[in-house]
Write a protein that binds this ligand. Structure first.
Ligand SMILES: [Fe+2]
Length: 282
């Protein structure tokens, strides 16, 4: 038996596993942490149920995996600069397009390593989140398509699809500041995971404006193809939130999207993310 302390139940054939046998409000033992890290690398996104966490405990658990992301232009919890507040309806809903598939902050030189998302108040129905396995997204391409993708450089731009929302919420001055803080960056479309060494299709639909090497016409066609490709049901899992559920994903080999099917119902999540440690590379 690979895991002695935690129990693992995969949630789909693609990726994702529910973890039980651990209380994340307590300091996690070294042995349990080793198992969680290993399950995280293997399953790419881990889900925990019935965890009651204060913001301090949420921060403490996430710190086990690296340095935390500091405040940006998204709302954070008073007194907790690392706890991002994602609340619908509300300010957050007006400034992001996370209903598109994306790798969090893939526009950074070192995109986030991972994130721990905690549900405080979710609708009874709707508001699921889906994660796609970017290893499988690469592996399921034909060899010639893998070769083409491996030859491309993607430009990741925070304002590729968010520009209108940011301008409406913050105005031109706010946009200018945000533009300076988050300039576009380029990454290979096919990257090697720094820990597993496996290749993945580092495709962030929300943030990739274009591929440097292609013409406008070729970009349009390839982006349409990749968009269709990564949303194949056999490549993703879908998680139904309950209050006190947690999702902890590896942002280097997954993309995710929120499913906005809950109208005006209240949905409140806290997110603590782990800073990127490596520049994505081939
Ligand atoms: Fe996200």
């Amino acid at each position: 038996m690979k895991y002695k302390i935690i129990e693992i139940s995969p949630v789909s054939g693609a990726l994702g596993a529910e973890v039980s046998g651990v209380d994340l409000s307590e300091p996690v033992t070294k042995k349990a942490l080793t198992e969680i890290k290993s399950a995280w690398l293997e399953h790419q996104v881990l889900f925990f149920r019935d965890q009651t966490l204060t913001p301090d405990q949420h921060v403490a658990f996430t710190k086990n995996f690296g340095e935390l992301q500091g405040p940006g232009y998204m709302p954070t919890l008073d007194g907790y600069p690392n706890v991002y507040v994602q609340e619908y309806p509300g300010l957050y809903g007006g400034i992001v397009s996370d209903v598109n598939w994306h790798i969090d902050a893939s526009f950074m030189e070192k995109p986030l390593k991972g994130a721990v998302l905690y549900a405080l108040d979710v609708p009874d129905v709707g508001g699921d989140t889906a994660w796609v396995n970017l290893y499988a997204a690469y592996e399921s391409l034909s060899k010639p398509m893998q070769k083409l993708c491996a030859s491309l450089t993607a430009i990741h731009d925070n304002f590729h699809k968010n520009l209108t929302a940011v301008l409406e919420t913050y105005g031109a001055k706010g946009y200018e500041m945000a533009r300076k803080a988050t300039p576009p960056n380029e990454h290979p479309l096919v990257c090697k995971h720094p820990e597993t060494g496996k290749k993945c299709l580092f495709y962030s639909e929300l943030l990739i404006s274009h591929f440097k090497e292609l013409t406008a016409e070729e970009n349009k066609i390839l982006k349409e193809f990749l968009q269709q490709h990564i949303q194949k049901p056999e490549l993703y899992c879908r998680f139904k939130w309950e209050n006190n559920s947690i999702a902890f994903w590896d942002n280097r080999c997954t993309a995710h999207k929120g499913i906005f099917d809950f109208g005006q119902s209240h949905r409140l999540m806290h997110r603590v993310a782990i800073q990127g440690e490596t520049v994505p590379s081939k």
